[in-house]
Structure formats: C-alpha cells, structure tokens
Ligand binder design. Structure first.
Ligand SMILES: Cc1ncc(COP(=O)(O)O)c(C=O)c1O
Length: 363
C-alpha cells in the first residue's frame, strides 16, 4: 500500500486508484456553466431537472433518481430503502460495503452483512441460495437484499446474463437486488452495452451509479428501478446527510457525463489503458496476472522485493501484502505514455527480483 504520508507528498501520475485522477475538463466546464444566477436549492432547479431526465434517458422513464456526493452515501441511501432491522445484506467478502465503508452499513443501516467468499468478486445464484439457508428461522437474521458490484472490486465484470440469473434467484427468494455501480461505466464499456443493459434492465432494483471515477468530482446517484421503491428516497437521502443544497453543481456533472457519451469515452479509455498494461506485462518472468482483466484494473502477483521499487516509479496499492498481489488501476486520464513508462519499469524490475536479486554478475 502507498502510505498516506507518502501519497500526501506525491503528485506524480499514479495507478493507485481512479480517484487519484482529477475531473474531466468538460465536467468542470459544465459546473462553471451552471454557476449562473440564482436557482432553487436542494434540487429544485432546471439543471437538476435536465440531469434527472438524462439519467431517465439511460435507465427508463420509470426510475427515480437522487444525486448524492459519494459512493458510500449512495450505497447507504439505496440500501436504506430496502432493509428492516432484522434483515441482512448478502454480498461478496471483497465488497466495498463490507471492507471499505468503515462499518457504515452496520452502524447506519443497523443490519448484518453476510459476506460470501468468491474467487473473483462475483456472486453466483448458488452463493445466494446457500446464504439464504436460515430464512424464516426467527433466530437468524433474514436475508433481504443481495448486493453486487459492477464492475467488482477485483476488476471483474458480470455479463448481463449473469446479472439476470442473480436477479432471478434473488427475486424468486423474495429478496431485492442492489448494485454498487461505482464503476458501472467501466463495466458497460467493457461489455459493449448501455448502462441499463449492464444493470437495471437485468433486474437490478436499486443502483448506486458512479460519476466520480468516471471523470466527475463529488457526483454519484441512486437510481431506483423497483416500482414503488422510491417512496422514501428523498427522506433517506436527507437523513443520510447526502442532500446537497447547491445541487445544480452535482447534477451538472451527470449531465456532462451522460448527455453525449462522455461516460463511454472516459470509461472506454480507462479500460483500454488497462488492456494495454495487461498486454505489456503479462509475460514478464516473475509476474502472474491474478484476476481476469475485464475493466480498468490489472491485478498481478509480483515478487515482494519488487513492490517498493515499482511504487517508486508510479504509486499503486499492494492489494494483499501476504501474497504481494498488486492492483494497477487506470483512469479516464491515464495516458499511453504512463502505461508504457510503467510497463518498461515492470519489465526491468520484476525479473531481477524474481531471481531473488542473486543474478550472476560478470567478473
Ligand atoms: C466498488 C466501490 N463502491 C463505492 C466506492 C465509492 O466510495 P466513496 O466515494 O465513498 O469513497 C468505491 C470507491 O473506491 C468503490 O470502489
């Protein structure tokens, strides 16, 4: 892991997280353009009305939309609509809600997470069925929601058929399907389908729609596709401290991303940079690609001694310090030069450490 102190000092190009990248200029231009005159607060403004209609253009007229400012908040607001105090949420053990939200679901929603071990971050219908074995037993928490991430935290992507299969099982069991779509744009770009085709059109009831990693700053949304499911959406958002008074500046960012295909250009580019890196390093002796490269991340295992020298070239996270699995995450603004420079360092540094640093030197 790049330490917080080191990361606070460095401003060089990184493969640490798609949150390290700045905002896309067209997003910032839209924010500046929205900075005109006085408009209604808390979303009662024309920019928000237009952005809601643009989101509906992607997901259908029937969806309800609430803009929020971060992904944890989007997940909390969306899940809040679905759970009761005795319920649990089934998710992968790598899910952001399980490992990266500081217990927000447990504290804020007051529910248990039942986290399932998966090989690649993706739940299967069998996982869901197995996790429901204690249903209707009053001594056990009651499964109510299945939460999946698209793309997953391990960089993998559910096909529309896989999402549909999970949705069918989830609904057959009387549960709801939630999707953490912080990287939905990357998943859809990877699949070559629209945002809805990778999510709500497959049966997702409530979606956290990511904007920030896609080139925005402080812009996420909750999209409720469940008929009647949005009754409490505005109350849930306000109570979760996600109702922004100057909403137009959040809404304008979604308008910029979604109105004219910027979401796809940004996500497609990030994915292409990850593919370029994957292809450049996959055969390097001593390196093993550890997860399928499907969206904008490359996961690999490298010799432990190679991690620090590589991080000195370009900051990135050591995902698992026991196995020296690393994550290289590409962003909308990652350049071919970034990738080629880093790939050259990988080709130079990794084989040297793969030999345990004991290569024969002449003489
Ligand atoms: C899968 C996933 N969900 C949600 C989030 C967003 O969380 P937040 O904006 O609260 O940091 C992230 C960010 O890293 C993420 O990877």
């Amino acid at each position: 892991m790049v330490s917080r102190e080191e990361s606070a000092r460095r401003t060089d190009r990184a493969l640490a997280s798609d949150n390290y990248a700045g905002a896309h200029p067209e997003v910032l231009a839209a924010v500046a353009e929205a900075n005109t005159g006085h408009v209604g607060a808390y979303g009662a403004d024309p920019v928000t009305a237009e952005a809601v209609s643009t989101v509906r253009g992607h997901f259908g007229d029937g969806v309800e939309v609430a803009f929020v400012v971060n992904g944890t908040g989007a997940n909390m607001v969306g899940l809040q609509l679905l759970v009761r105090p005795w319920d649990c949420v089934i998710c992968a053990d790598t899910a952001h809600i399980a490992v990266d939200e500081c217990g927000a679901p447990e504290r804020f929603l007051g529910v248990k997470l039942v986290d399932v071990t998966t090989p690649d971050g993706r739940l299967t219908p069998d996982d869901v069925r197995r996790a429901c074995s204690g249903r209707l037993d009053e001594h056990q928490v009651q499964p109510r929601v299945v939460s999946i991430a698209q793309a997953t935290e391990l960089g993998t992507v559910y096909t529309p058929e896989e999402v549909s299969a999970i949705a069918a099982t989830t609904h057959d069991l009387g549960l709801y399907l939630h999707m953490d779509g912080a990287r939905l744009a990357n998943a859809a770009a990877s699949l070559g389908v629209g945002l809805a085709e990778a999510s709500t059109a497959c049966g997702v009831d409530v979606l956290s729609l990511g904007g920030t990693k896609n080139g925005a700053v402080l812009a996420e949304a909750v999209v409720v596709a469940l008929p009647g499911g949005a009754e409490y959406l505005r109350f849930a958002r306000k109570q979760a401290m996600q109702l922004v008074s100057k909403m137009r500046f959040v809404s304008a960012q979604f308008q910029a991303l979604l109105a004219d295909g910027l979401w796809l250009r940004n996500a497609g580019h990030a994915n292409a940079m990850a593919a370029r890196l994957h292809d450049a390093v996959r055969d390097v002796p001593g390196l093993t690609v550890s997860r399928p490269r499907q969206a904008n991340a490359v996961f690999a295992r490298v010799p432990g001694d190679a991690v620090a020298p590589l991080q000195a070239v370009t900051p990135f996270y050591e995902w698992d310090s026991a196995t020296h699995e690393v994550r290289w995450m590409c962003s909308w603004d990652t350049t071919e030069e970034d990738i080629d420079t880093f790939a050259a360092a990988v080709r130079e540094i990794v084989p040297r450490h793969a030999r345990g640093g004991r290569a024969l030197s002449p003489g």
